[in-house]
Design a protein around this ligand. Structure first.
Ligand code: ADP
Ligand code: ZN
Length: 512
């Protein structure tokens, strides 16, 4: 007799109810169907295969990409009394595990994809009873995913040689494209896709161009009491910013992979225990950290992707209380990201390029940030959320196409080798020894921008870099990118989002 799932949920896991889509996923698994569950971190993916592993006769084989992850899962499963084991190169009790598996004494068996796809493993499976295949971190199967693992591609023949065993693929982050690919690669029908809600309504999203990042972070910290994380791109950057914050008297620690393990552990423990500490960290910080009352997450620089942004900002406000996510980005971040694209191999290039474009869309939108985020994850959110910078204070959009053309002309006429500051000085006619020596004061673009328009030069330069109409060479000089032509020919417009009045007033006051 199949035990009542609800009773099992209570007796084995001690949970009073299913959360979100868990019930829907478990029901499909119990009915023997193939399923892809897309659930954000913390939504409770493990339960979706652990509960069936206890309810069903036989062993659930879990394919997982990281040994450390497997051992964490093993500890958690064993703690609630599930009969589980891992079969990895790091385990010296492999013979015993194989015997237990064959004897039907395991509910869960964790294996790495390279082992799962080996011929002798298939023979072993044929001699045991497999109740379910669970494929964790399933985005690894897709070349579109951010973490493609060729070994995952070898799983399909294994799965197909056990056609009657249900399969459950799980992932936290997969854009619509990657998701479709996972379905195809793992042979899961479209109706088997179950996506959990990604919205985190208590997080207020805000995204601003960098002006003076240190000052911007300091302003944010003044407005935000409580514990928070500031993500910085470089290791040296974390320590520098931490020192600056320390000087203001706020408790602060730094975290990056280059610190001694015991210092790292001590800093993390101090943060988790604190009520007002700032952690300045690289993205090495955060995975598996259990701190529900993080009140803000700031990015001092562009995150790696929309997925990374969602993941990192998602560490704020786990307790459901209001929290803030503020990103400060620079046009140079985009230039650098594009530079990295040139080093990506052909297979991954389309995916990486699409990811960067999506990130550009998120920072450049004049619309609701939450709507952009949720659409990225395949949801159909309302047009406005009322809890992001753009919804709370709508930015104005001005048509800067003409100014963008002037900007591009100046870059072209000065030989595509000067930095933004010099190009701006040519356009506004700021005479200098350099402009005299170069003979640039005789150019038709000399001094053709003034007044209100001149204040838009920096944002226009940023917009051109963002659209790949301009690129920076290794010496910081600006040169044309593939996007320049369409703008010069009048085939593409350059709308510019100018900060809302409140923000501009704040900046003016700060400057005064
Ligand atoms: P994910 O893998 O999706 O990030 P986990 O499986 O690690 O999430 O679960 C996150 C946390 O939620 C765990 O502490 C787990 O015990 C808890 N959890 C999962 N399902 C439930 C539930 N139905 N009720 C209460 N807590 C749950
Ligand atoms: Zn909004």
């Amino acid at each position: 007799m199949v035990p009542d799932l609800h009773d099992l949920l209570h007796s084995t896991f001690g949970f009073s109810d299913f959360r979100g889509v868990q019930r829907a996923v478990v029901d499909r698994v119990m009915a023997g169907e193939r399923t892809l569950a897309v659930m954000p971190t913390g939504a409770g993916k493990s339960l979706c295969y652990q509960l069936p592993s206890v309810a069903l006769e036989g062993t659930c084989v879990v394919i997982s990409p990281l040994i450390a992850l497997m051992h964490d899962q093993l500890r958690a499963a064993t703690a609630v009394g599930i009969r589980a084991a891992t079969l990895t190169s790091a385990d010296d009790n492999r013979a015993e595990t194989i015997e237990r598996f064959k004897a039907g004494e395991l509910d869960l068996l964790y294996v790495a994809p390279e082992r799962a796809s080996a011929g002798h493993f298939r023979e072993l499976l044929a001699r045991a009873k497999v109740s379910l295949f669970a494929i964790d971190e399933a985005h690894c199967v897709s070349e579109w995913g951010h973490d493609f693992r060729p070994d995952y591609r070898l799983l399909r023949p294994l799965l197909d040689s056990f056609p009657d065993v249900p399969r459950l693929a799980l992932t936290a982050t997969a854009d619509a494209h990657t998701r479709d690919d996972i379905l195809v690669q793992l042979g899961i029908p479209r109706e088997g896709l179950i996506v959990a809600g990604f919205d985190r309504p208590n997080i207020r999203y805000a995204i601003s161009p960098k002006a003076n990042t240190t000052q911007q972070i300091a302003d944010l910290l003044r407005e935000q009491p409580g514990p928070g994380i500031v993500y910085v791109q470089s290791r040296a950057g974390t320590e520098k910013l931490a020192a600056q914050i320390a000087a203001t008297g706020r408790p602060v620690r730094a975290y990056h992979a280059g610190l001694e393990p015991q210092i790292r552990a001590a800093n993390q423990a101090a943060f988790v225990a604190s009520e007002d500490m700032v952690m300045v960290a690289t993205v090495a910080f955060g995975m598996g950290i259990d701190k529900p009352d993080v009140r803000f997450v700031a990015h001092a620089g562009l995150p790696k992707s929309v997925e990374a942004y969602y993941q990192e900002t998602g560490r704020a406000g786990r307790d459901g209380e209001p929290a803030v996510a503020h990103m400060f980005w620079g046009a140079d971040d985009f230039a650098k990201a594009r530079q990295r694209l040139s080093e990506v191999d052909d297979v991954r290039l389309p995916g990486e390029r699409a990811r960067l474009t999506a990130l550009g869309g998120l920072v450049e939108t004049a619309g609701c940030r939450r709507a952009v985020l949720l659409r990225y994850f395949g949801e159909h959110p309302p047009e406005t959320c009322g809890n992001c910078d753009n919804c709370l204070d709508a930015p104005q959009s001005v048509d800067a196409t003409e100014l963008a053309r002037k900007y591009l002309s100046a870059v072209f006429r000065t030989g595509q080798m000067f930095g933004a500051g010099y190009v701006e000085s040519v356009l506004t006619g700021q005479s200098s020894e350099r402009s005299l020596m170069n003979g640039h004061e005789a150019l038709s673009v000399w001094g053709i921008v003034d007044g209100e328009e001149a204040t838009l030069l920096k944002p226009v330069g940023r917009a051109l870099l963002l659209r790949d109409a301009l690129r920076t060479n290794p010496h910081g000089g600006l040169e044309f990118g593939p996007g320049a032509r369409a703008i010069l020919k009048g085939e593409a417009e350059v709308p510019l989002i100018v900060p809302p009045r409140r923000e501009r007033r704040k900046r003016r006051d700060a400057a005064a």
